[in-house]
Design a protein. Sequence first.
Length: 384
Amino acid sequence: MRVLISSMGLVGHINPLVPLARALAARGHEIRWAAGPDGCARVERAGFDAVPAGITQAVRWAEMDRRYPEIGELPPQQRPDAMFPKLFGAISAPPALADLLALVQAWRPALVINDAAELAAPIAAATIGVPHATHSFGALLPEHRVRAGGEEIAALWRAQGLQPRPYAGLYDHVYIDIYPPSMQPPGDDHLGARHYLRPVPFAGATVERLDAAILERTGKPLVYLTFGTVFNDYPAFPVAVAGIHDAGVGAVVTVGPDADPAVLGELPSRVVVERYVPQTLLLPECDVVASHAGSGTALAALSMGIPQLCLPQAADQFLNAAAIARAGAGITIAPQDIDRAGVAAAIRRLLDEDEYRDAARRIAGEIAAMPSPDDVAAELETLV
């Protein structure tokens, strides 16, 4: 059958979909992937035909700043609720829908799979009467946040002669959940059918092994520090580097493919800064992961049983940080509380107190027992 995948062009929205897309392709299904224009090259590197749909991240943020400047003035923890319906609903959905409508009419997929922030795809699927599946990129988003997103795009449903659906239609058919069951947040009564899917780390690596020189320079214990590929210019970044150094450990720090490693200035000994290192190669060498708690990094570290220091800054990072702290697999420091001494103390606790690693390993076992991409691909075949 023909399967259309639709996602934002962001790394954190594309990578989680790749394992299921590959499983569907391996079962003989024809895949076409609609993505933000800035994500099409990544989709093609993963092995799929890419079709640009919607707007780039740069345009999206420019529109956000122009139309809703007041959201940027909110405290970091309050921004995600205010931002989601505007960024992914009011700004992103209309141009994406225009492209998706033309695509589904011409190609006629039998199934649509969309990421959990891509609100146009359920409308496009409904116009041709086919089912769709919403694929999570991390924790289940709060009910009120998604409900507000649905309200923002109600007019788009009506413009197609359709009755607006609750929660933007995201949960009308099936929700594919990559979050471990024991870490689920409360409040999922609004979901319909749910299929769990094991989160399989995918970094799009083009190299097969880690540069040995990196580990020679850092030594052990080793901490990996990242603030992701999008939210990586915060003042907390150099503070975290200094705190990790004070903890007496080595560190590999990644600043993102478009950033200059020199931005962190003169570095302490045993700290290596790179633009990008594939997490699938680096994480097995790490004793602790310190990060913004983005879903890709958080779930990859959990799947390998590595305790985490969570330094959330935006988006769904606060959800992940809270879940990791509740599970006992890490320590969270709020944005306003991040300082050098606190980071150093947290790193030492994560290394010295066994309960954090024990909890992370328990969750790793839970993740390993979740259904595989092939299992879920087989379930999706029954929707059609």
